[in-house]
Write a protein that binds this ligand. Structure first.
Ligand code: MG
Length: 501
């Protein structure tokens, strides 16, 4: 059995190496590639993805998994072998269902769609992206049908990102969250003049922004000998290997938080990816438990740490050093309020932590309707704008402020958005447990001791990589299951303090 397991590991690591090369091509496409390279890049990534898929789904791999599964489980649920087999079986059972021609078509469509979306967004022209969206929607529906589902195609797709979670779990969770957020948002809006975000607007040299964010993420614990930071239109993190985890930053000349909080967010993902044990390299365990758990890490650093008063105290001298004269008359309390200003807005990635989840609810609803064929692609922009009006009282003036703002559909991902809200909810639960065990975080943050906080996350969460499903990991790490209340309590206590209601 040991020889068979070594053979499976060898085969899997070849697939992982091809995927790692593909990740680098995707990274390059968004960071350096000239726009003329789109068609050739689409062919190259599609060829590599098809090759990886073919190798992974070869009948021999399936036979090895079947032969080894019970043996591995007999070594103990927590053993490397048992976890390896559980993870690889989950991936294999899905991948083996997808015909190689479908994988190639999906990959090629996505590469072309990414170029089309980038241009359509720049021109704010939905009609230029709409044929690609239709194609991506059709492919996702086909994918859901291939995977199989009982109630909604949404369930089959969400399961890729958040194993075991279904539309029927999300709906009541989102309802409870919306009901809890509404009175808080009402109070914030009634007292909106109590908080000013003006100190974060003006002209901020973009190279200085990049230098400042580079300094912050290094202090948070991001290992730059195993990572790098570049600019891109949409911030993201990519793990080429445990020892090569890259992030990107979007700078905005006249709005400082885009670069600061985008970088801290991606750094949170990168810290998780760099914290996976080296022995998980090139195995199916070399990842996070789910996208929701991944997002809990990015949102924890971005909001719970990065938007705390103690963080403002720690970071203000850095703001002053990088932007001389601009923050001389700003106190840590002023900065804390400014970075927590909450207001209805168009753009999800720049939304504050109170209204952010409403952006997710809108996307969850629109994707569900599209996938269940209850909404036509052509009618989607109008639906989007109507929901923006309902939730925020705002109507996007252009598609780039509305339906064209997110990259996800052009990457082929549907059923992904709820993981952001699940991550927000989990981040509050993790914060409660971490604070209880470390005796609070504020003193640590104020003196820049992020190492202790990261150490806790590493020991409780990162070190497990993808060994456990999210439910089991949370049980182990925080002895709790996903709940809405801790997040609502956190928001209510923080914002009633800031807005004094
Ligand atoms: Mg994220």
């Amino acid at each position: 059995m040991r020889d068979k397991f070594n053979l499976l590991k060898k085969k899997y690591s070849e697939v992982a190496d091809i995927s790692s090369a593909t990740s680098l091509l995707h990274w390059d496409q968004q960071v350096y590639m000239p726009s003329g390279g789109t068609a050739a890049r689409a062919r190259a990534t599609s060829a590599l993805e098809e090759l990886a898929h073919r190798k992974f789904t070869a009948p021999e791999t399936g036979k090895l998994i079947a032969d080894l599964y019970d043996w591995a489980q007999s070594l103990g649920h927590d053993s490397f072998e048992a976890s390896y087999l559980r993870a690889v079986k989950r991936d294999y059972d899905k991948a083996a269902k997808l015909p190689p021609a479908f994988v190639a078509e999906f990959s090629k469509t996505v590469s072309e769609a990414l170029g089309a979306w980038t241009k359509a967004r720049a021109d704010s022209d939905f009609s230029a992206f709409s044929p690609y969206l239709s194609k991506i929607l059709d492919l996702n529906i086909r994918k859901a049908e291939i995977f199989g589902f009982e109630k909604s195609p949404y369930d089959a797709l969400l399961d890729i990102y958040e194993p075991g979670v279904k539309k029927e779990h999300i709906e009541p969770l989102f309802k409870k969250l919306a009901d809890g957020l509404k009175p808080i948002i009402k109070n914030i809006n009634a007292n909106s003049d109590r908080v000013s975000g003006d100190c974060l607007r003006g002209v901020f040299d973009e190279d200085a922004q990049l230098r400042l964010t580079g300094e912050i993420i290094k202090d948070l614990g991001y290992d730059l000998s195993r990572g790098r930071q570049d600019r891109s239109a949409h911030p993201f993190t990519v793990g080429v290997s445990i020892n090569d985890v890259r992030i990107t930053t979007r700078t905005q000349k006249e709005y400082l938080p885009a670069a600061i909080y985008g970088s801290i967010h991606e750094c949170g993902h990168a810290l998780y990816a760099q914290g996976v044990p080296p022995e998980f390299e090139s195995t199916p365990l070399c990842d996070g438990a789910s996208l929701g758990v991944h997002e809990s890490q990015s949102r924890f650093w971005e909001n719970i740490v990065g938007r705390s008063l103690s963080f403002s105290k720690w970071v203000l001298p850095k703001y002053r050093a990088h932007f001389p004269g601009k923050f001389d008359h700003i106190s840590p309390e002023d900065l804390y309020k400014a970075v927590n200003k909450s207001a209805p807005s168009f753009i999800r990635v720049e939304a504050d932590e109170v209204t952010y989840n409403l952006h997710i609810m809108l996307r969850f609803e629109i994707e569900t309707l599209l996938l269940e064929r209850r909404l036509k692609v052509a009618d989607a922009p109008e639906f989007w704008n109507a929901r923006m009006k309902d939730y925020f009282g705002l109507t996007p003036r252009k598609a780039s402020d509305g339906i064209l703002q997110d990259i996800h559909w052009s990457l082929g991902s549907m059923g992904y958005f709820p993981t952001y809200t699940l991550g927000n909810l989990l981040s509050a639960q993790i914060h409660n447990k971490l604070s209880a065990e470390l005796g609070g975080m504020d003193a640590l943050i104020e003196k820049g001791d992020f190492h202790t906080i990261l150490g806790w996350l590493r020991a409780k969460i990162h070190t497990h990589g993808r060994k456990y499903l999210p439910d089991e990991l949370m049980k182990k790490a925080i002895n709790d299951e996903l709940r809405v209340e801790p997040f609502l309590d956190y928001i209510k206590s923080k914002y009633s303090g800031i807005y004094k209601f």
